[in-house]
Design a protein around this ligand. Structure first.
Ligand SMILES: [Fe+2]
Length: 159
C-alpha cells in the first residue's frame, strides 16, 4: 500500500509517519508503566487505582493498535519490537515496585503531558500534509488524555 492510494502524497506524509512511529514507541512504554502501576499499587486507594490503571492500560492498548494500523494505512511498517520502543521513546521506564500510590498518579500524569505534547506536534504535521484522517484520530486520543488529566489531578487533590 502506498499513500497515493488514499490520495495523499507519500513525501508529504513521511513526517507524519515518522512522528506516528515515535508516538507508538512512547505509547508502548506508557502502556507497560500503567500495567506496572496496576500490579504494584498498594494502600488505601488500592481498589480505586487498581481499576483505574486497568481502564487506562486497556484504552492505551486499543490506541496503540490504531496508531500502528494508521502507519500501515499510510504505507509504512510500524515499529513492532521492544528494542525499537525503548530506543525511540522519550518517555522512560520506571520501577513501580514499592512506589507510593500518588507518585504513580504523578508518573502517569507526566507521561500524559508528554504524549499530549507529541499529539499537538502531530496535529500540526497532519495539517501540513492534508492528512485529516490521522488528524482526527490523534485529536480523539488527545481529548481522552486531556480529560483524564483533569480527573487524575482531581483525584490527587491538585489544582
Ligand atoms: Fe489485572
Amino acid at each position: 500500500m502506498d499513500a497515493k492510494e488514499i490520495s495523499l502524497n507519500e513525501k508529504e506524509v513521511r513526517p507524519v509517519v515518522d512522528l506516528l512511529n515515535d508516538y507508538l514507541a512512547n505509547y508502548h512504554v506508557h502502556y507497560q508503566k500503567l500495567r506496572g502501576c496496576h500490579w504494584n499499587v498498594k494502600g488505601q486507594n488500592f481498589f480505586t487505582l487498581h481499576i483505574k490503571f486497568e481502564e487506562l492500560y486497556t484504552n492505551a492498548q486499543l490506541t496503540i493498535d490504531e496508531i500502528a494500523e494508521r502507519v500501515l494505512t499510510l504505507g509504512k511498517p510500524p515499529h513492532s519490537r521492544f528494542a525499537d520502543y525503548i530506543k525511540e521513546s522519550s518517555i522512560k521506564e520506571i520501577d513501580t515496585i514499592g512506589m507510593k500510590d500518588l507518585d504513580m498518579v504523578d508518573a502517569i500524569l507526566a507521561d500524559m503531558a508528554q504524549l499530549i505534547q507529541m499529539e499537538r506536534e502531530l496535529l500540526e504535521a497532519t495539517e501540513q500534509a492534508g492528512d485529516d484522517g490521522t488528524n482526527d484520530m490523534v485529536n480523539r486520543f488527545m481529548q481522552f488524555k486531556e480529560k483524564t488529566t483533569w480527573m487524575l489531578r482531581s483525584f490527587a487533590g491538585k489544582k
